[in-house]
Ligand binder design. Structure first.
Ligand code: SAH
Ligand code: SF4
Length: 372
């Protein structure tokens, strides 16, 4: 399922695996840290720039690894709030990485919160009825290197906005694994990528500022509960009863709520973390007050935070978001019971929602030329 390029991306190597590769070919172990420093602290664009490495080692690296597994083909800004990067992979597949700058109330733009949203697969196999990413099924998994390289692209994008200062990944507040794909369906690669993202020899991004969102792959949620990483978890719930949830999320037939909820509880307890329940509000599908009451009970029982997200329309799909009044009534049911709840309103917050749509458009536009 994972595309096997001629050379693996160097960004998929951990300190351990890179050390092992180097020493197996007769290079000293300490070179691994030097290479990683060039990659993540200095962010060089060519092997030649790794000036403290002997020439034969640089040649070996160039022959063994890919340095740029993704290429920027398009970046699109909307109202200075989101920056969508459309990236092309070695096999011409397209993925999206999004930067969101959400201004904080009463604070200047320079103090806005910055979030990065990354993709984990090309397409998605889960087939949620409302989602652009799943419309054409799963094409393939991303490798760990392709996942990590999205962050390198994000840093480069920031550099182009502020030509004099070099952007640091640490200047971002949050990183959400909410782009295209189901991250827990590509488990090993996402865990490895998050390890590299988080490690001091890697990108050094704090695990507490990373949120992984899943449609509810129960065995993998349990496995994640035992990982030492310390990331946050969000569950795409979107239905507070099996009846409603399985209408829009086929995954619910495999893992219904009676299996999903205990797994979420296990994660929350083992990790000592409040979990987020995401609930996109879709008119006449899941926006009834009965659903609000059931959601309130589930959230209260799990001590979970609820994120209500007005549905973002997708070309070709019939779903709509409810009126603001209806959204607010729904939120009120939860707030009145002192459940921690947010209702997203700002445009820039339609993050993940929009993720997958740019790629779909471009993919469809170029279809005739790729099949000719
Ligand atoms: N596959 C994972 C993560 C990617 S989707 C998951 O499903 O959780 C990230 C979030 O965007 C999910 O909560 C998903 O349900 C939501 N989403 C997808 N399409 C949307 C749309 N059109 N409007 C609003 N949210 C959407
Ligand atoms: Fe896949 Fe998530 Fe979209 Fe469902 S919502 S199809 S799991 S990306």
């Amino acid at each position: 399922m994972t595309f096997m390029p001629a050379k693996p991306a160097i960004h998929g190597e951990t300190l351990d695996t890179l050390t092992a590769r180097l020493t197996a070919d007769g290079h000293p172990a300490f070179r691994a840290r030097q290479v990683l420093e060039w990659l993540y602290k200095k962010r060089v664009r060519s092997w030649a720039e790794m000036s403290n490495l002997p020439r034969p080692l640089r040649d070996w690296l160039a022959a063994t690894f890919e340095l740029d597994p993704t290429a920027l083909v398009l970046s699109r800004q909307s109202e200075d709030v989101t920056d969508k990067l459309l990236l092309e992979l070695g096999d011409r597949s397209l993925i999206e990485t999004v930067i969101i700058r959400a201004p904080q109330l009463g604070v200047g733009q320079e103090n806005s919160r910055k979030t990065i949203c990354i993709s984990t697969q090309v397409g998605c196999a889960m087939g949620c009825r409302f989602c652009a990413s799943g419309l054409e099924g799963l094409k393939r998994n991303l490798s760990a290197g392709e996942i990590v390289h999205q962050l390198i692209q994000v840093c480069r994008q920031e550099d182009s906005r502020t030509p004099r200062a070099r952007a640091e990944l640490a200047s971002f507040d949050n990183l959400v694994v909410m782009g295209m794909g189901e991250p827990l369906h590509n488990y090993d690669a996402i865990i490895r990528a998050l390890t590299i993202l988080n490690a001091p020899w890697g990108l050094g991004f704090g695990a507490r500022r990373i949120t992984l969102s899943t449609s509810g792959l129960v065995p993998r949620i349990r496995q994640l509960a035992d990982e030492p990483l310390g990331i946050r978890l969000a569950i795409s719930l979107h239905g507070a009863t099996d009846e409603v949830r399985e209408q829009i999320m086929p995954v619910n037939r495999r893992w219904p709520l009676r299996e999903l909820i205990p797994a979420v509880r296990e994660f929350s307890e083992k990790q000592g973390r409040m979990v987020t329940l995401e609930f996109i509000l879709i008119e006449d599908v899941n926006d009834s007050l009965t659903q609000a009451e059931k959601l309130r009970d589930l959230a209260a029982d799990l001590h979970a935070h609820v994120n209500l997200i007005p549905y973002n329309t997708v070309d070709g799909l019939p779903w709509k978001r409810p009126s603001v009044l209806r959204q607010e009534k729904f939120a009120r049911v939860l707030a009145d019971a002192r459940v921690s709840v947010t209702l997203r309103r700002e445009k820039g917050h339609d993050i993940a929602a929009a993720c997958g749509q740019l790629r779909l458009k471009t993919e469809r536009q170029r279809e005739p030329s790729t099949t000719a």
